[in-house]
Write a protein that binds this ligand. Sequence first.
Ligand code: SAH
Length: 261
Amino acid sequence: MTRTPRKNWMAELVPSDAAPGARRGVRARSGRLEGTQEGQKAMTPLSEGLGLTSARLRLRMVERLRASGIREERVLAAMAQVPRHAFVDEALASRAYEDSALPIGLEQTISQPFIVARMTETLCACAQGGKVLEIGTGCGYQAAILAAIAGEVYSVERIRVLHDRARQNLRPLRLPNLRLVYGDGLNGLPEAAPFDGMLIAAAAADLPETLLLQLRVGGVAIAPLGQDRQSLCRISRTGPRSFARERLEDVRFVPLLPGTT
Ligand code: SAH
């Protein structure tokens, strides 16, 4: 395990391969837009294969999320568009719209849809049009949902193989406002700070103050905290050196680890 010097980070900043002049929108693997007006037109010939089926499965997933208490329409709309099955191994694609976490290799998991929705919803008020830092890109699914809502998203991953895989998964979606970074998210991303919101996708006993100080005053971080028992916590920066913390619900996340690999 090596530690990436901070000065290399901007060099590692990876654009999400937006084609010049590409309009902002979510593209399915077929390259067709889904969910937007243009997408609805493009959906008709997609009656074969996973295309139409997965759109239906996503809508069913969104209805379940709504029934479980997710209220934020922007989050539900993003989750109706982003093809979760394209972020998991083909062998698991048929389970992509169940409300469960799934393995993505290297002992990591893609979070269950309800948790993705809950975390994004918590950030929505400060994230809309704002700048968000995600720690733990994993397969890139949560980053794509955030990019549909925030103005700018930076997502950091400490495992090189997953960082590269996320880049591949995200390429067809063409999200020009999403930047993937390989590095240790515990350091935050001082070059891009301050952030309006932070989403920490892995659990720690606590978060370093150096990281939380990269939130602007009024900004919010959402993170699983705790060792034996983890709780999803909302941490608001209330002043130059003051934070308010609120426990939301019990969760289970993979650990937030130092360094890169
Ligand atoms: N948001 C992801 C969930 C990934 S699981 C998704 O949608 O798939 C959590 C991820 O956090 C793992 O990929 C793990 O490698 C990463 N991680 C853990 N500690 C980290 C750190 N210090 N910096 C960056 N990423 C970290």
